[in-house]
Design a protein around this ligand. Structure first.
Ligand SMILES: [Zn+2]
Length: 116
């Protein structure tokens, strides 16, 4: 079983980066980059791809995730590259199975689900 984002962050060495897929539905996962600074907490998050047809934010966030140096961070950062992977795959604004306007990642990133 895959580790949650929170469990992965807790297991990471200070000053490191990890790229993971957070399973959310069927065969799709939400791609994350986890940057573990000197301390695990506080944890910040930046999110792109809530609307699957808005590619600019996803591209920009990829640049941000690659350019940040985790050894320069006091806490940790969770970069959510595509919060609506079904919408990204279909090229649609909304979540295709239900036309929902809610990122697929959010339930999985809730503090109770993340163990925070
Ligand atoms: Zn949007």
């Amino acid at each position: 079983m895959a580790l949650s984002a929170s469990e992965t962050l807790a297991a990471m060495e200070p000053g490191t980066r990890s790229v993971v897929d957070l399973p959310v539905e069927d065969d799709l996962g939400v791609p994350l980059t986890l940057l573990r600074g000197h301390a695990e907490r506080p944890v910040g998050a930046v999110v792109a791809g809530v609307h699957g047809d808005e590619v600019e934010g996803m591209a920009a966030l990829g640049d941000v995730a690659r350019s940040l140096d985790p050894t320069a961070l006091a806490g940790s950062l969770v970069v959510v590259h595509a919060a609506n992977p079904a919408g990204v795959r279909a090229g649609t604004r909304l979540h295709p199975p239900d036309d929902g306007d809610r990122p697929a990642c959010c339930d999985a990133l809730q503090p109770s689900a993340a163990g925070a």
